[in-house]
Design a binder for this molecule. Structure first.
Ligand code: FHN
Length: 465
């Protein structure tokens, strides 16, 4: 009887609520982005398991490859920073002919690195479509390369079981209707019109969301300029999901992002936060999804002079750091106009793959560390079932005395072992910590992973310093 009463009460509340919903113009109706957290959890499941993806910034800006007149530090912002007349910039399209492009090889490189998804620029801020669009000739159709790179990559991803995703810039320096026209856009005639521009952008998004198979993520960017509004973001989010209900849309579709920290400061739109070139100091708690995107050197787009490559150790520890705070790591490559990923990027991705082949279990499908501080390294965890959790200790600073001390863990440790070879390690429970006897030599200098099999959910007591 009680259950019936509860059900009736819920039904009344729902009906009452529906009756009070104010009538909002359809285009800005704040749709419940997900009817229930459960629906969002189902949609985000693969993202939370993946933890590691490849970002690809590729376009006609790779033709000048960072150099123009006396400067050599350009990247994908070439048009904005040179303020070159758009009519001049467009000539680069005639030189964009990536005859060495091999989608299957790019996907192999990503997959061997341990990456689970690929986000490629379908259109960056210069407005150039890296796909065969019916909406404009300012796309791959206007180059000597009469193929469709995005279609070839989408097909290669599908064959390899990698999620295909695309980055799409809201801001468009080329389109005459983008509301913040550049003085050097010498091809733009008349007054810009954001309604017309939004229809154009939706037309390209419809092409991308109906012709390239299942899209894992629509990765918006370029939302910060005035012409774009929260209301337009709500509408665009709903539009993308109306075409592919299961796609994930990042928070750069709206206006809530707090700069490079990437999380929404106020009224936000979208499914997850997007820190850029930084990793948050802590996670944001269960159910708050985020992904840090970073370059491998100092540029997103190809710059032939930039040899400031981050070490493989740095890249692996960035990935571990993101996972230890419940987030993803989206690592960028900037291919050349010939269609090649730079060799230093390929080398680092292969070395990351070696580490991931041995230790991927401590990254994929894990949740944030149960500890507040881990001075020796980082930690992730994975619930095996309601009675068992695996805690992964990523040790950077190997204890000289052979004893790794983990303060505050109250669970009974059923087993401690090296993830790489399963070798059991001696564990001693002391009053407010556990001590693990480790080999004298650090097995993996990048990060050695120790697995603790503990009973139940991790219980950690934080002793105030
Ligand atoms: O302006 C872009 C930049 O070119 C690059 O695409 C990054 C990567 O997400 N996003 C913007 C800068 O925040």
């Amino acid at each position: 009887m009680r259950r019936i009463i509860v059900m009736v009460a819920l039904l009344c509340a729902f009906v009452a609520g529906a009756a009070e919903t104010p009538s909002i113009p359809a285009e800005t109706k704040e749709q419940p982005f997900d009817k229930a957290q459960g629906e969002k959890d189902a949609r985000m499941k693969w993202f939370r398991e993946a933890r590691f993806g490849l970002f690809i910034h590729w376009g006609v800006y790779s033709v000048p490859a960072g150099e123009w007149k006396d400067k050599k530090d350009y990247g994908e912002w070439f048009l904005e920073q040179t303020k070159m007349p758009v009519s001049e910039y467009k000539k680069f399209a005639k030189e964009f002919n990536p005859v060495k492009f091999d989608a299957k090889e790019w996907v192999r490189i990503a997959k061997d690195a341990g990456m689970k998804y690929i986000v490629i620029t379908s259109k960056h801020h210069d407005g150039f479509g890296m796909f065969r669009s019916d909406m404009t000739d300012w796309c791959i159709k206007s180059t000597p390369f009469q193929r469709d790179p995005l279609k070839e990559l989408a097909d290669a991803c599908k064959d390899a079981g990698i999620k295909f995703c695309f980055y799409h810039s809201i801001m468009d320096w080329h389109h005459p209707d983008w509301g913040q026209l550049r003085k050097w856009n010498d091809l733009a005639k008349g007054e810009p019109n954001m309604d017309r521009y939004t229809e154009y952008m939706k037309g390209q998004l419809k092409e991308l969301l109906t012709r390239y198979g299942p899209i894992g993520i629509v990765w918006f960017d370029g939302e910060w300029e005035k012409p774009w509004t929260h209301e337009r973001g709500v509408d665009l989010y709903n539009y993308c999901r109306s075409l592919q209900p299961d796609t994930i849309v990042n928070n750069r579709v709206g206006k809530g992002r707090a700069g490079m920290s990437g999380m929404d400061k106020d009224k936000g739109v979208g499914d997850y936060g997007t820190p850029e070139q930084e990793i948050p100091p802590t996670g944001f708690g269960a159910g708050v999804d985020w992904e840090s995107c970073m370059t491998m050197n100092g540029h997103w787009g190809y710059n032939k002079y930039d040899q400031k490559w981050k070490s493989t150790e740095t890249l692996v520890r960035n990935l571990i750091d993101c996972a230890s705070k419940g987030g993803n790591y989206l690592l960028n490559v900037g291919p050349t106009s010939e269609g090649l990923i730079p060799s230093p990027s390929i080398e680092r991705l292969a070395e990351m793959g070696k580490w991931m082949k041995v230790n991927g279990e401590s990254i994929y499908g894990t949740q944030a560390s149960p500890f507040v501080k881990t001075p020796w390294g980082r930690c992730t965890r994975k619930a095996i079932n309601s009675r068992k959790t695996k805690i992964y200790l990523h040790v950077y600073n190997w204890p000289a005395d052979g004893k790794l001390v983990i303060p505050g863990l109250k669970n009974k440790v059923k087993r401690a072992s090296l993830l790489a070879d399963g070798k059991a390690l001696k564990v001693k429970a002391e009053d407010s910590s556990i001590s693990i006897t480790v080999p004298s030599e650090m097995p993996d200098k990048i990060a050695t992973v120790i697995v603790l099999d503990v009973k139940g959910e991790p219980r950690v007591v934080v002793n105030n310093p």
